[in-house]
Design a protein around this ligand. Structure first.
Ligand SMILES: C[S@@+](CC[C@H](N)C(=O)[O-])C[C@H]1O[C@@H](n2cnc3c(N)ncnc32)[C@H](O)[C@@H]1O
Length: 218
């Protein structure tokens, strides 16, 4: 996972003092993901996973959407925080990586709550009903499309619902004027867009790799 400032020792300590600890299913999923090599760095950490479960519970999430599923860890954390009967729509383009997630979801007993769509996420999102019925969104896919994901999702989130976006500080590079590149520039555009959006109130956490938490107003 990308992050800055927090050492592994401090993060492990923090995770160890949360209410939910990684279980055997999570440990196995981390191990299978680590075996993929470099792509494993895309997986969120256990500290952020604990927060996703907590936020899903706080908003009483019945309908959640994840953009960027990879091997299914963040989705497992969200699914575990859904109310009974709640569902999570997962968007990804990789059959190979999400197949690992499916196994973990089934082992954890949340597989039936998760609707995985293998397609470019923008196609999946644009096909959703226009009604504002989503309680929780987690955006963690290709950074250049973050502004477009935002445009599709904000109208579909209910008042009081949450939109979360990961990696918005990109190891701090977004605030470094000498840094450039497609991801940095897309994230700057995204962060400016969220800050100017009067439909939400938002904070940017300097935890993990930067996490935006935006609450839909209305
Ligand atoms: C950072 S990883 C997601 C990590 C995941 N949330 C976790 O914590 O384990 C990004 C994922 O986005 C997916 N992705 C990239 N471009 C996409 C697109 N246009 N539509 C849907 N998924 C996409 C990749 O296949 C990858 O699995």
């Amino acid at each position: 996972m990308r992050n800055f400032l927090v050492t592994d020792i401090v993060r492990d300590y923090a995770v160890g003092h949360g209410s939910w600890q990684p279980d055997e299913i999570v440990d196995d999923l981390h191990a299978r993901t680590a075996a993929l090599g470099d792509p494993a760095g895309m997986q969120i950490g256990d500290d952020e996973g604990q927060l996703l479960t907590m936020l899903a519970r706080l908003v009483g999430a019945r309908r959640a959407v994840e953009v960027g599923t990879f091997t299914g860890y963040s989705s497992l954390c969200i699914a575990r925080g859904l109310v009974d009967g709640g569902t999570l729509l997962c968007c990804d383009v990789s059959e190979e990586w999400t197949a690992i997630g499916r196994e973990a979801w089934d082992r954890a007993g949340v597989g039936s709550r998760i609707d995985l769509r293998i397609a470019p996420a923008l196609e999946t999102l644009r096909a959703l009903p226009d009604d504002p019925e989503i309680d929780l969104v987690f955006i963690d896919a290709d950074k250049p499309n973050y502004p477009a994901y935002w445009d599709e999702l904000v109208p579909r989130v209910r008042p009081g619902g949450l939109l979360l976006a990961d990696n918005v500080l990109w190891s701090g590079e977004v605030a470094d004027e000498s840094a450039s590149g497609a991801n940095v520039e897309a994230l700057r555009e995204f962060n400016d867009k969220v800050a100017a959006d009067e439909r939400v109130e938002a904070v940017v956490l300097t935890a993990f790799d930067g996490l935006t938490i935006a609450r839909k107003l209305g």
